[in-house]
Design a protein around this ligand. Structure first.
Ligand code: CAP
Ligand code: MG
Length: 415
């Protein structure tokens, strides 16, 4: 017997999602003349197994993989439930082609934003998740209960390898745990990858010995996938414990492949997110940072940049607290270490920790290397600002007998 599948078939306000449905919450703005219901059913249809034409299909041949728009709530929110069987196990590319694919450009909506997802066990099981997550603070570093501190040499590109390694040495000696490559520093002739990595990691070992605190390096391995794996192996062979990857620009499938290789090498993955704002900056269209963080977590990153709670230089979605990002009613990613970065300096540390807690990494480039007395003093100032905050002492008071912090506060002020 044949039957027709039409847009209306994808709306059922009585439907109760099953435990193994993948549920997506979207904000939509229906096109002129389109009701919320009509737009919602089109979203569910086009992101699962419907299309614009009513299809006559043989019921015996049809596996029902249709999604159901089952809730139309306040604030233009709709909820859509997708049967887990719609998805290929372990393929983030395939999942996103469904739930954040063609529907982003369909004429039935003037705008549409994927805000949050519930990822059922059956889908989660296809992915590795983080290998270390927040445990890097004590398992791979000696940060203990305080935030992990990282720094990215500036200028972000153009420094010679000599200058890069010198900055690393100064920053580690001053008290940061991690050196980090900038996103546009990979393997350029002025600072080639292998020389930079081997020399910096050798220096990290020296400084670990000298300071008695584990020093390591977030090495940017971002590249074409096979080359990226080769670079990760190079990091491992030279004693590094971390790699950094720009997850949006290099793509989720590449991140998944990297994660697989990192398992064997015990490498933690630091996720930088350049280009995320192309998806999440507009509050009415695209994909929220929350969903990007969920996707990154499933693919297996250990750290992810999540913004600065409004204290830094970059426009972020509202970040009132880490839970708002990494834990929603639908999904919990709090085993991933959130990284606050972008325009940070010692004067905002107390406000930052107040907003985000201590289970974070604080990454500062300009806020360390722009210190009037140089990188080592800048690193000391950042570390002192963390000590003050951990001891509940106001920054200005702590600065009275901590000269580097005093100079930083004078230069950049405090929150
Ligand atoms: C910060 C940074 C980071 C951004 C990423 C930069 O430098 O190195 O890439 O913070 O942003 O290149 O701007 P500064 P986000 O510390 O000198 O500002 O964490 O929001 O993805
Ligand atoms: Mg950067």
């Amino acid at each position: 017997m044949t039957t027709g599948i039409e847009y209306d078939d994808f709306l059922d306000l009585e439907y109760e999602p099953r435990d193994d449905d993948l549920v997506c919450e979207f904000t939509i703005d229906p096109a002129d003349g389109m009701t919320m219901e009509a737009a919602a059913s089109r979203v569910a249809s086009e992101s699962s197994n419907g299309t614009w034409a009513a299809l006559a299909v043989d019921e015996d041949e049809l596996t029902d993989l249709g999604a159901t728009a089952y809730m139309i709530g306040n604030d233009d929110r709709i909820s859509v439930a997708y049967p887990a069987a719609l998805f290929e196990a372990g393929s983030m590319a395939q999942i996103l082609s469904c739930i954040a694919g063609n529907i982003m450009g369909m004429k039935a909506v003037d705008s549409i934003r994927l805000e949050d997802c519930y990822w059922p066990e059956t889908v989660v099981d296809g992915f590795p998740g983080p290998q270390f997550g927040t445990s890097v603070a004590s398992e791979k570093l000696d940060a203990g209960d305080r935030p992990v501190l990282a720094t990215v040499p500036k200028p972000k590109v153009g420094l010679s390898t000599d200058a890069h390694v010198q900055i690393a040495e100064d920053a580690w000696r001053g008290g940061v745990d991690l050196l980090k490559d900038d996103e546009n520093l990979t393997d350029q002739p002025f600072n080639p990858f292998e020389e930079r990595v081997s020399r910096s990691l050798a220096k990290a070992e020296e400084l670990t010995e000298e300071t008695g605190e584990k020093k390591d390096y977030l090495v940017n391995v971002t590249a074409e996938t096979e080359e990226m794996i080769r670079r990760a192996e190079f990091v491992h062979e030279h004693g590094g414990g971390f790699v950094m990857v720009d997850v949006v620009t290099c793509g989720w499938s590449a991140v998944q492949t990297l994660r697989e290789h990192c398992e064997d090498m015990d490498l933690a993955i630091h996720a930088h997110r350049a280009m995320h704002a192309a998806f999440d900056r507009m509050d009415h269209h695209g994909v929220s940072m929350r969903v990007i963080a969920q996707v990154a977590r499933l693919c297996g990153v250990d750290h992810i940049h999540t913004g600065t709670a409004g204290l830094g230089k970059l426009a972020n979605e509202d970040t009132p607290g880490i839970n708002a990002w990494l834990k929603s009613d639908l999904y919990d990613c709090t085993d991933v270490l959130p990284v606050a970065s972008g325009g940070l300096h010692p004067g905002v540390t107390d406000a930052l920790i107040d907003a985000l807690g201590t289970d974070i990494a604080i990454q500062a480039g300009g806020g360390i290397h722009g210190h009037p007395d140089g990188t080592e003093a800048g690193a000391r100032a950042l570390r002192q600002s963390v000590e003050a905050t951990m001891q509940d002492v106001p920054l200005a008071e702590y600065a009275e007998d901590h000269a580097e912090l005093a100079t930083a506060l004078e230069k950049w002020g405090a929150e």
